[in-house]
Write a protein that binds this ligand. Structure first.
Ligand SMILES: [Zn+2]
Length: 491
């Protein structure tokens, strides 16, 4: 038995904090009240004690297998991986295709891949990783497993095979299913395919997290499509990193929220999440027309080398882009490309296409997406969980990878006062736990698993910036996972 005494307890529900002692036995919370004198104690005077933070949207699928510290140092005890349609399994006979498809987001070219969800879960169990990772199974990965990088509708045999693989992955322990409908080849899935898969997710009682078809001018329609899917299939819906990207689209956020709020009031189980930053980050190929990505990287590079096709690609890019070119800053390049581009804005479409060619298609960017008032409206919305969406790049990762949770509790809560500390903690503990259907994590109470994050509410802050992302946050004092201290930052 051990007691955390004199701390300020935030129970995760959003209720105001109270001063009390927390008594732990084994991996669980035994009681809240005052600790008996004879129990060994840790003095938490002046510190906030919260349930361990849950990152509902992460891309650390591969890094979770190593002893990476970025998430733990932010107070995260659980992260959900396998988002936006990308999971490092299953691969059937298409390992190479899976690696090509997912490498830009998972952050490593080759040397990984698991035939089944159970193989990946076994690797997680054996890994030294200090943050508990729970996977979703990605729609893009499932599709690649049955049809390689081919776009377009699947045969009925392929569709059945994919449904079977999905059910198997959910039975083996995946927390849900993710779609990434702006990433080829998953983006080419017709409605019937998604409906069939979401129906399987609903039968298993699991979560569907979606990176929708559009976050720009088509945002309200993309939300509408997902709400209809949820309504028709009955599956729980989590709209990933909701936002209206690009200055010209900022007025589309309200109509999108109107639809979500109306659906929620009608009983559809829908919520959403966002990271606490105005900029996003993804692969540069998201700005290309989908047809140019058909068949994978080699095919794209051939098209970029053909003058006529390249001109068509450039024209479509210019027509459809939501951001100004000056809003896109290169965060990572691969291949023979000049690393001097990292940290610089792309001047125009031609430069972007040249860079894609030199980098063998592998360029990541940080893009200025959202207005501050829109970000505030999202973060403070009662249906919103706060997530990192962090992923690793060779170059300069988005600071959300290193600072999301301290940024929320420091900058957003303490400095800007957009919401109370109790409310913010709720958005990174009990709320994401409830999306996953968990009842014994994400709250402080007798019988709950003792995943705990102890921090100094007056000091907590992120030190990660766009120029210098790899900086540790300040203010995290102690982390317990299953009742065991996994991080001790007390001086
Ligand atoms: Zn995404």
């Amino acid at each position: 038995m051990i007691a955390l005494v004199h701390g300020l307890l935030f129970d995760g529900t959003g209720a105001p904090a109270r001063s009390a002692d927390l008594l732990l036995e084994g991996e669980r919370i035994l009681a809240i009240g005052s600790a008996p004198q004879e129990v060994p104690r840790i003095d938490c005077a002046g510190l906030a004690i919260a349930p361990g933070f849950i990152d509902l949207h992460s891309h650390s699928d591969l890094q979770a297998l190593e002893d990476r510290q970025e998430k733990r140092k932010q107070g995260v005890t659980t992260e959900v991986v396998g988002n936006c349609g990308f999971s490092p399994f299953p691969h059937e006979d298409h390992l190479k295709d899976l690696q090509e498809f997912a490498a830009p987001i998972l952050g490593r070219g080759g040397g990984w891949g698991w035939p089944r969800a159970s193989d990946y879960l076994a690797a997680l169990r054996q890994s030294p990783g200090s943050v508990r990772a729970i996977p979703l199974v990605g729609h893009g990965s499932l599709r690649v497993a049955v049809a390689g990088l081919r776009q377009g509708p699947l045969s009925s045999g392929e569709l059945s095979r994919m449904e079977g693989l999905l059910e198997e992955a959910l039975d083996e322990g995946c927390a849900g299913f993710s779609t990434g409908l702006m990433y080829a080849p998953g983006s080419s899935a017709p409605r019937e395919e998604l409906e069939r898969l979401c129906a399987a997710v609903a039968r298993k009682g699991k979560l569907h997290s979606t990176h929708m078809r559009s976050y720009a001018s088509g945002l309200p329609e993309a939300v509408g499509e997902q709400l209809e899917l949820a309504q028709r299939t009955g599956c729980r819906l989590q709209i990933s990193h909701l936002q209206a990207a690009g200055r010209g689209n900022w007025d589309r956020q309200r109509p999108a929220l109107d639809r979500i709020e109306a659906a929620s009031q009608q009983g559809i189980d829908v919520e959403f999440d966002i990271y606490p930053y105005q900029c996003g980050s993804t692969v540069l190929t998201q700005w290309l027309p989908q047809w140019s990505l058909e068949g994978g990287t080699a095919a794209l590079l051939r098209r970029l080398g053909d003058e006529t096709r390249r001109r068509l690609i450039r024209e479509e890019m210019e027509r459809s882009r939501a951001q100004e070119w000056s809003d896109l800053v290169v965060s990572s390049v691969a291949g023979k490309a000049d690393a001097g581009w990292i940290g610089r804005a792309l001047p125009d479409a031609d430069t972007a296409l040249d860079l894609l060619r030199e980098a063998d298609g592998a360029v990541n960017v940080i893009s200025f997406n959202q207005s501050e008032s829109n970000l505030r409206e999202l973060l403070t919305h009662p249906l919103c969980s706060v997530v990192s969406d962090g992923f690793y790049v060779t170059g300069k990762a988005h600071p959300r990878l290193y600072g999301t949770f301290p940024e929320l509790l420091g900058e957003i809560v303490r400095e800007r006062r957009w919401m109370s500390l109790a409310e913010a903690i709720h958005k990174i503990t009990a709320r994401p736990a409830s999306r996953l259907g968990w009842t014994d994590r994400g709250r402080l109470g007798p019988g709950q698993v003792a995943d705990l994050t102890v921090f100094d509410p007056a000091l907590i802050r992120s030190r990660s910036s766009y120029d210098h992302p790899e900086e540790d946050p300040e203010g995290i004092r102690l982390i317990l996972q299953n009742g065991i201290i996994t991080y001790d930052g007390r001086r």
